[in-house]
Design a protein around this ligand. Structure first.
Ligand SMILES: [Mg+2]
Length: 126
């Protein structure tokens, strides 16, 4: 089985780098981009197995990216995990309603992010 690929979308270089290091160390293929537009370009070039998506970004924000991904037949099924500093319950509800599989608030725990990814990519067969 080849390694799962994860696209990290976050406008904060430190967050991006940290996630890239952690995910790489845990055996995932990682690509990091800093804007919504770059995210759409990256997805168009190669569909990742999962997307970690920031919400608050200049220009196209995470909400818009999520909406566009869910509108497209080809990208609709790529699981999206939102990683956001927005901690309001209504934001979490909105994220899940708009198709995200999980909503993790910043500051996040490394373990929490890895658990979420693992649950999504390796669901237990019952
Ligand atoms: Mg941001």
């Amino acid at each position: 089985m080849s390694e799962a690929s994860i696209l990290v979308v976050d406008d904060e270089p430190d967050v991006r780098r940290m996630l890239q290091v952690i995910l790489d160390k845990n055996g995932y293929g990682v690509q990091g981009v800093s804007s919504g537009l770059e995210a759409l370009v990256a997805v168009n070039e190669r569909e990742p197995d999962l997307i970690l998506l920031d919400i608050m970004m200049e220009g196209m924000d995470g909400w818009e990216v999520l909406k566009l991904l869910k509108m497209e037949e080809r990208t609709r099924d790529i699981p999206v995990v939102i990683l956001s500093a927005r901690v309001e319950p209504r934001d979490k509800i909105r994220g899940l309603q708009e198709g995200a599989v999980d909503y993790i608030t910043k500051p996040f725990s490394v373990k929490g992010v890895l658990n979420s990814i693992d649950l999504i990519l390796n669901p237990t067969v019952s």
